[in-house]
Ligand binder design. Structure first.
Ligand code: DDH
Length: 283
């Protein structure tokens, strides 16, 4: 998609161009990295954008990506955010190079660039998030989903943000990317065999592989017959619950539909609670 035209920002005597295209390029340049997980920071950056945004409560407008409050206690230390310090720190050199961008815009743009860079759809994104100055603005804890729970919990969490069943399933398709880490969530392994490629493989695997409880000392998770792939209890709910399953079947068959629905839902997720200046046009 077209990036917004660079706008002039006066800072003392100099004038800085707010060139979001240049930031986008700088993010693209740090995605691939040998020796980290499956060779990409992409999945980690998608999770950062999601956890920064997924705290939104439509009832009172609190939470969401605006403010970038995950920089502060207590939000930075929530168990659900374990590992995201790494995501935030790899973006610091980009923040230093483009100090005019807010952290909130940088984190959300990083998720967008990561999805696009791993072969996913173009995600509409616009700037306008403003950082809050301290942790007093952190949202209440316990708003991000708990992987050990069931369909009712998934619906509670995502309808609090304003999403419907179909959007919940579309967003869950992000688990085609990345992996679980025992030292972050307690779970282990990737969902698919192509964790750095954005595709509908997660939905195909959910339906076509046989998932059985993993026998180990860790929390309940499911494994395929190779024992190398995983599903969380919440992932399994998407095929156990009839209303969710309908959309898993749709997206497993129709990748174009998944890409289009994911792009809309992910874009909206990243904008929850953000007041954009009237002149800001989605791109
Ligand atoms: Fe997720 N996710 N997620 N997830 N998620 C984990 C990893 C990743 C849940 C739990 C976990 C979404 C929804 C849910 C990504 C994106 C998205 C991990 C493992 C757990 C646990 C963390 C670790 O150990 O490193 C649960 C529960 C839900 C739910 O919906 C009920 C959504 C909506 C997204 C999204 O982006 C739209 C990504 C990407 C990862 C892989 C991160 C990595 O480092 O790799």
């Amino acid at each position: 998609s077209e990036m917004p035209q660079p706008a002039a920002l006066a800072t003392g005597q100099t004038t800085v161009k707010k060139d979001y295209g240049a930031v986008k390029k700088a993010i693209e340049d740090i995605l691939d990295v040998e020796g980290y997980d499956d060779g990409s920071y992409g999945p980690l950056l998608v999770r950062l954008a999601w956890h920064a945004s997924g705290t939104f409560d439509k009832a009172d407008g609190t939470g969401g990506s605006n403010g970038a409050t995950m920089r502060f206690e207590p939000e930075c230390s929530w168990g659900s955010n374990a590992g995201l310090d790494k995501a935030r720190s790899i973006l610091e050199p980009i923040k230093a190079k483009f100090p005019w961008i807010s952290y909130a815009d940088l984190w959300t743009l990083s998720g967008v660039v990561a999805v696009e860079g791993m072969g996913g759809p173009t995600i509409p994104w616009r700037p306008g998030r403003v950082d809050k100055p301290s942790g007093v603005h952190c949202p209440a804890g316990g708003r991000l989903p708990d992987a050990s729970k069931g369909a009712q919990h998934i619906r509670e969490v995502f309808s609090r943000m304003g999403f419907n069943d179909q959007e919940m399933v579309a967003l869950s398709g992000a688990h085609t990317l990345g992996r679980c880490h025992t030292d972050r969530s307690g779970y282990v392994n990737p969902w698919t065999n192509a964790p750095t490629t954005f595709s509908n493989l997660y939905f195909q695997d959910l339906l076509n592989k046989k998932w059985t409880p993993k026998k180990w000392d860790g929390p309940l998770q499911y494994e395929d017959n190779t024992k190398t792939l995983m599903m969380l209890p919440t992932d399994m709910e998407l095929i156990k619950d009839k209303k969710f399953r309908k959309y898993v079947e749709l997206y497993a068959k129709n990748e174009e539909q998944f890409f289009s629905d994911f792009a809309s839902a992910f874009s909206r997720l990243l904008e929850l609670g953000v007041q954009f200046p009237a002149a800001t046009v989605a791109v």
